[in-house]
Design a protein around this ligand. Structure first.
Ligand code: TYD
Length: 212
């Protein structure tokens, strides 16, 4: 059984965590041994950088400075957790990876090139995800879901969420561009108006061949 590196992507509120949890449960029923990580975070350094990056009301930084911090968290996660898990034959389900950096910090072409260079240096060819699943949602629906979630948990918007709808629209565009340029390795799923169960069935169908 080959261990697989599976990445879930999408704008804030697209349901990555729910889908990642369901995916992990399904992989277990297949007799596989998955681990579940999220970016930025999971490692001690990643969680510290997460606090800094997502602090509500923080000043804005240059996208490349931000990208470097996300990549520091990424390197730590890869080195400490992803690589050892894959080597031990365990599947990795990761919420967000380099595609997030491209969509959020790489909106200008020159910044996207910088991020691709960083990906080459930090991730390299051997640790690229086997599959990236992008959960696509119109921005109005994403904002609505975020509002509902934050009202339910009592959580205020974080430093990325408070950038507003124009920024999120650009993020979505970044994901669509990413998926269009990498049709082989990426599944773009329109999850608008779908239940979590429906989305999960699509994800499972998409992964069937890779996991066979
Ligand atoms: P998180 O709460 O994990 O996302 P979600 O709301 O989807 O559950 O927040 C992570 C935030 O960090 C999210 O707004 C996207 C942003 N981010 C980047 O801007 N660049 C990156 O490289 C990564 C990994 C995340």
């Amino acid at each position: 059984m080959t261990a697989r590196f599976l990445v879930l992507e999408g704008v804030d509120g697209s349901g990555k965590t729910t889908q990642a949890n369901a995916l992990v449960a399904w992989l277990r029923t297949l007799g596989r041994d998955p681990v579940h990580f999220r970016e930025p975070g999971t490692t001690p350094l990643g969680e510290r950088l997460r606090k800094i990056l997502l602090e509500p009301g923080r000043e804005s930084w240059h996208p490349r400075s931000e990208a470097l911090l996300f990549f520091a968290a990424r390197r730590e996660l890869l080195h400490c957790l992803v690589q050892p898990a894959l080597q031990a034959g365990r599947d990795v389900v990761c919420e967000r990876f380099t595609p997030s950096s491209l969509a959020y910090q790489g909106q200008a072409d020159a910044d996207a090139d910088f991020i691709l260079d960083l990906d080459h240096l930090v991730v390299g060819p051997e640790l690229q995800p086997d599959r990236v699943i992008v959960l696509d949602l119109p921005v109005s629906e994403s904002l609505q879901r975020l509002g509902l979630r934050n009202a339910k948990t009592g959580k205020a918007m974080d430093g990325m969420e408070e950038r507003g709808s124009d920024f999120l629209r650009a993020v979505r565009k970044g994901y669509l561009r990413y998926a269009a340029a990498r049709e082989q390795q990426t599944a773009l799923m329109d999850v608008s108006g779908m239940t979590a169960e429906q989305v999960q069935s699509q994800i499972r169908a998409d992964l069937q061949e890779l996991l066979a």
